[in-house]
Design a protein around this ligand. Structure first.
Ligand SMILES: NC(=O)c1ccc[n+]([C@@H]2O[C@H](COP(=O)([O-])OP(=O)(O)OC[C@H]3O[C@@H](n4cnc5c(N)ncnc54)[C@H](O)[C@@H]3O)[C@@H](O)[C@H]2O)c1
Length: 265
């Protein structure tokens, strides 16, 4: 059972200040890890770290914009100064937009890909060079989405970006395995976060006035049918914690659905 623990491990979570990032922080902290909440929103990252510290866990906040290599390098450096090293990178920062094909501008497409795909790659690249410099091994867990597998209308850029995450997970898992770096991903279903709330509000606004659902209607119907409710961030966090642990050392390059079976299998 020791292999499931994260005692002595340092886990850096991009987008760690909100939603899923916070749930992941809670789950890994409960298994003994020190948490670095890395976010472009430093106020949110500080709040996430303070919430963990108030429970007696080790946690710090760092400023990080995943689209800027110098910001990623500075964030990794600050994390190493706080806790000595970083063992696990969780690539969670991401955005979505609800836009039909006619409304997506080149700028919208670029923004989604710049954070969800390029930003993730840049974080992996910087983390890899840190580990090589220090002669350490590590683990990477990428947050994809079930949108990579089933796709949602009105989010062509988001769906494609998450499919790219699945492919990048496979590419990097092969390339980094010889260096002792294990790479996997999770594909969550509808998780109760600000991002999902944004999607719900857009859906309500765009529904015909005589058939407009309420937020409560959508909260009741968007979760996995088998679950009958939305997924909570910490439930995804527990799967991420497992993939970050030694117990998952035998799993490599996989993108695991975390959606109570709602993605066809
Ligand atoms: N909520 C869902 O239903 C759901 C489902 C599947 C996958 N996901 C994925 O989970 C991840 C987290 O989403 P969430 O639902 O918690 O959303 P969220 O909007 O609550 O959190 C996203 C976080 O990312 C941060 N962020 C945005 N741009 C950044 C940047 N350039 N650099 C650093 N941080 C940045 C934000 O400040 C925020 O803290 C995303 O990758 C999302 O695509 C979410």
């Amino acid at each position: 059972m020791e292999q499931f623990r994260l005692q002595g491990q340092v886990v850096l979570i991009t987008g760690g200040g909100s939603g899923l990032g916070r749930g992941i922080g809670q789950a890994v902290a409960e298994l003994g890890a020190a948490v670095v909440a890395a976010d472009v929103r430093t106020d949110q990252a500080e709040e996430a770290a303070a919430t963990l510290r108030a429970q007696g866990f080790r946690a710090a906040a760092v400023e990080m914009d995943v689209t800027r290599p110098e910001s990623i390098a500075a964030g990794l450096q600050t994390a190493a100064e706080a806790f000595g090293h970083v063992d696990v990178l969780v690539n969670n920062a991401g955005i979505t937009r609800m836009q039909g094909i006619g409304d997506i501008t080149p700028r919208d497409w670029e923004q989604v890909f710049s954070i969800n795909v390029e930003g993730m790659f840049l974080c992996c690249q910087q983390f890899f060079s840190c580990l090589r410099r220090e002669g350490r091994t590590g683990r990477i867990v990428n947050i994809a989405s079930n949108a990579a597998k089933v796709t949602f209308p009105g989010q062509a850029h988001y769906n494609a970006s998450k499919a790219a995450v699945v492919n990048m997970t496979q590419s990097l898992a092969k390339e980094l395995a010889p260096f002792g770096i294990n790479v996997n991903a999770v594909c969550p279903g509808a998780v109760d976060t600000e991002m999902l709330r944004y999607c719900m509000v857009k859906t309500i606004e765009e529904s015909p006035a005589d058939a407009r659902p309420t937020l409560d209607d959508l909260r009741a119907s968007w979760g996995p049918p088998q679950l009958g409710r939305l997924i909570q961030p910490v439930e995804v966090g527990r799967v991420v914690a497992f993939l970050a642990s030694d117990a998952a050392g035998i799993i490599r390059g996989q993108s695991i659905s975390v959606d109570a079976g709602s993605t066809p299998y």
